[in-house]
Design a protein around this ligand. Structure first.
Ligand code: 5GP
Length: 139
């Protein structure tokens, strides 16, 4: 299992040291918009347990995380008018993981609209704020 760095970017978001466009929070999880959205409404759901990846979390914690993904994904899909939802989760740099705090991507997909390339860069804060507002209103 990978070591957990308590100063990783998502740990800082959890501690409130870095802002995020929060969509949902409970005792075990936090959901917020990805700062480099691959689609409109691209959301990250993270655990509050200090787990670097899927293999570092308790089965109970994983169950709670996935239950939130299951609840939020269809609501986010509806809020942005998408046709489907891609759920992604990466483990290890070789698999594409860049932030080593367990998280699940919720990517609403519209028919015929491809994912934006990662190189597109950060979204405009105003655009993220509008999307977050739209989603929060539907949760
Ligand atoms: P990974 O490849 O590790 O599954 O994805 C990490 C995700 O975190 C990427 O999609 C990236 O855009 C997102 N991300 C990285 N830093 C930040 C940040 O400071 N704030 C937010 N909201 N998302 C971030």
């Amino acid at each position: 299992m990978a070591a957990y760095d308590p100063d990783n970017i998502f740990a800082k978001i959890l501690k409130g040291e870095i802002p995020c466009h929060k969509l949902y929070e409970d005792a075990d999880t936090l959901a917020f918009l990805d700062i480099i959205p691959r689609t409109e409404g691209h959301t990250l759901v993270i655990t509050k347990e200090s787990a670097p990846d899927l293999f570092g979390i308790s089965p109970q914690g994983l169950g709670k995380l996935m239950a939130v993904v299951q609840t939020l994904a269809p609501k986010i899909k509806t809020a942005v008018g998408a046709d489907g939802v891609l759920i992604q989760q990466f483990n290890g740099a070789a698999a594409g993981q860049t932030v080593f705090h367990l998280h699940v991507h919720i990517l609403p997909i519209k028919d015929g609209v491809p994912l934006r390339p990662q190189e597109t860069g950060m979204a405009e804060p105003d655009a993220l704020a509008m999307t977050a507002e739209k989603i929060r209103a539907s949760l």
